[in-house]
Design a protein around this ligand. Structure first.
Ligand SMILES: N[C@@H](CCC(=O)N[C@@H](CS)C(=O)NCC(=O)O)C(=O)O
Length: 205
């Protein structure tokens, strides 16, 4: 199978970490990045892989395309016998909810970055960008206040959280999250002891 991704994408990093932890990394061919940037046309990718023009996308050997990092992670987890996502019951729905929040935090950070990076300066809407950033920040406060999520055995929620923190380090290095959220800082340091987390850090900005 092939993963269309980029080294800078926090969503793709989640899949790379999960694949390593699940022992599936060698079964995946990591395909060189396609340009998926808002306002940049990419007809081939839109027509053949994802009309939303987002990465990552997993392409199975029979051509089946699996879209969205959560769905890809769920597919890989099932392939490996279900190690990172609880199979049923309330723990499953709590994990899915946490994952939706973390996914939304990454979406908000990306929107914030696109606003700063791509929108022509005269149209820049500071309140909107700040509001997106605040959503992610309030999400961090939620996990700082729920240390049970940070200390349980490794799961996809923790992998997603470390990808949010890594993205903050990468794109918002001066935001001060480590000082404001010391439990998350300690969690990040613990997670960095894993090869899967250390070896998938984004390249220097
Ligand atoms: N919900 C998607 C989000 C993926 C996503 O936003 N990827 C970014 C790269 S990090 C992207 O492709 N952005 C291009 C765009 O929005 O046009 C997932 O979890 O896979």
């Amino acid at each position: 199978m092939k993963l269309v991704s980029s080294l800078a994408s926090p969503f793709a990093r989640k899949i790379r970490i999960a694949a390593i932890e699940l022992g599936l990394f060698d079964r995946i061919d990591f395909v060189s990045p396609v340009k998926t940037i808002p306002t940049t046309e990419n007809e081939d990718y839109a027509r053949n892989i994802n009309p939303l023009r987002k990465i990552p996308a997993l392409i199975l050997d029979d051509g089946t395309v699996i879209i969205d990092s959560y769905v890809i992670a769920e597919y890989l987890d099932e392939l490996a016998g279900g190690k990172l996502i609880p199979a049923s019951g309330l723990t499953k729905w709590r994990a899915r909810t946490d994952h939706s929040i973390l996914q939304g935090m990454l979406d908000a950070l990306l929107l914030c970055r696109y606003e700063k990076l791509l929108r022509p300066g005269q149209f820049f809407w500071a309140e909107w960008a700040d509001d997106q950033f605040k959503r992610a920040w309030d999400g961090l406060a939620r996990y700082e206040a729920h240390p049970d999520v940070l200390t349980r055995p490794l799961d996809l929620v923790q992998i997603s959280l470390v990808c949010v923190l890594g993205y903050l380090e990468f794109r918002f290095p001066d935001c001060g999250w480590r000082k404001t959220f010391p439990k998350l800082d300690a969690f990040h340091e613990r997670m960095m002891q894993r090869d899967s987390v250390r070896t998938t850090l984004p390249p220097p900005a």
